[in-house]
Design a protein around this ligand. Structure first.
Ligand code: IFM
Length: 451
């Protein structure tokens, strides 16, 4: 439905005038400078140091050296014409061990960064947790331990008390599904735990820490707009067979409803709880009410749909993600589906009416090549971007209260377990020289935004 040629004709004026346009990054993926400013060790520093964890054996130790080069990076964001910039705060820069008084050097860094955004008319959107837990907290059990909830709420309060006079938009967590399941069930993200029941308990603590942080953020920043960002997927059945259709419901239960339901006051989905049996999370009185604390917006990161089949004996949910034949895929193998974005957004609106929705991430990775002229021509990323913007507009037309779009990512960066082998940036980063070059997709986004 969203062909590239038509999508490339899209205009900014096809969107409401107050629509927010941005790009996103996260601390560990771009900052580098892991030993500066008194920063403590994070779970990703420790994880990357373990042989075999990261595809190219790399780490975020230097990454894009954004810690030193942030003025140039903010200039780049400004040159795109975006009016918002989503970044994350590295907890180990604020509290090296995850507890205690905030480190001034850490707060000073983010204050300079935020001031730099404001000087460039970039509305700051701060994410408090984008996966870089202080290792000292992990040593005590990390997110599997309930005390980490209190530590997060304390950290959030200290950050917002310092930055809340200039940052109004706060996201508590980025993609708690990934923190929980990639980090604690599949084990291919830090901290590398492989225990399904632990992942379920981690989910609960992440959601609880979100809900408990919301009033603390509001108190420290009157007028704050607070939300959480979820990675959500439309899910299709591999066939029309009743068993595959039932698998969709089970998969959706953990992928999507496990987060959306409790955040919207419905508690954990009963069907998923029943499947989990003894692996269900330990929930204390008051937890579900805290998780359901009303927020000001829902952040959605959309990348791809999933197709699932019934898979008896394949874990507690008995489902398996299958690769649909003959579909377009990014270099990561993720299906390209702007229609999926419309389906997801309309579904979330229909089933939950969450209030304002922001697409806080959307983007794609391709094998970029620097041309003889030094330029990076990336028509596939450009088309992905344009077609997903067309999908965003269609969702608006269908009544979804979509208020903004943040492209992932401003820069190529450290793509977690994939190291530097995956480039998601609108800007190419030559890691040897740290030279930044806007790709043709970035030029297109800038033309679109400035038209
Ligand atoms: O790079 C990640 C980001 O940190 C979280 N969302 C998905 C992106 C692409 O994988």
């Amino acid at each position: 439905m969203f062909d590239a040629a038509t999508a490339r004709q899209l205009r900014r004026t096809d969107f409401p005038p107050d629509f927010r346009w941005g790009c996103s990054t996260s601390s560990y993926q771009i900052e580098g400078a892991i030993d500066e400013g008194g920063r403590g060790e994070s779970i990703w520093d420790r994880f990357c140091a373990q042989p075999g964890r990261i595809r190219d054996g790399s780490s975020g130790a230097v990454a894009c050296d954004h810690y030193h080069r942030w003025p140039e990076d903010l200039n780049l964001a400004q040159s795109l014409g975006v009016n918002a910039y989503r970044f994350s705060i590295a907890w180990p820069r604020i509290q090296p061990t995850g507890r205690g008084p905030a480190l001034q050097a850490g707060l000073d860094f983010y204050e300079r960064l935020v001031d730099g955004m404001l000087e460039r008319d970039l509305q700051p959107w701060a994410t408090l947790y984008h996966w870089d837990l202080p290792q000292a907290l992990q040593d005590q059990g990390g997110w599997a331990r309930r005390e980490t909830v209190d530590a997060f709420v304390d950290y959030a309060g200290q950050v917002v008390r310092r930055l809340g006079d200039r940052v109004r938009h706060w996201i508590t967590h980025n993609e708690p599904w990934c923190t929980a399941f990639l980090g604690h069930a599949e084990g291919n993200h830090a901290p590398g735990v492989k225990h399904f029941g632990t992942a379920i308990q981690v989910c609960h603590h992440l959601l609880l820490s979100h809900g408990r942080a919301v009033p603390v953020i509001r108190e420290a920043c009157p007028g704050a707009q607070v939300g959480i960002t979820l990675s959500l997927h439309p899910i299709h059945a591999a066939s029309a067979a009743p068993a595959d259709l039932a698998a969709v419901r089970r998969h959706d239960g953990l992928r999507n409803r496990w987060f959306l339901d409790p955040l919207h006051g419905r508690g954990y989905p009963a069907d998923t709880l029943a499947l989990l049996g003894h692996l269900a999370p330990a929930v204390e009185p008051g937890d579900l009410a805290a998780i359901a604390t009303p927020t000001d917006f829902l952040g959605i990161n959309y990348y791809f749909p999933e197709e699932v089949a019934d898979a008896p004996g394949h874990g507690p949910l008995a489902t398996r993600v299958v690769e649909r034949e003959g579909v377009e895929r990014t270099a990561f193998g993720w299906e390209v589906s702007p229609d999926g974005m419309v389906a997801l957004l309309t579904r979330v609106q229909r089933d939950y009416q969450p209030g304002p929705i922001y697409l806080t991430e959307n983007g794609s990775t391709w094998d970029d090549h620097v041309g003889p002229d030094g330029q990076i021509d990336d028509p596939q990323r450009l088309d992905y971007l344009a077609r997903h913007l067309a999908a965003a507009r269609e969702a608006l037309r269908q009544g979804v209260p979509l208020r903004g779009y943040f492209a992932w990512s401003l820069l190529d960066n450290f793509e977690w377990a994939e190291g530097y082998t995956r480039r998601f940036g609108l800007t190419y980063v030559d890691y040897a020289t740290q030279r930044r070059t806007l790709k043709s997709s970035g030029h297109w986004y800038a033309r679109f935004l400035r038209a």
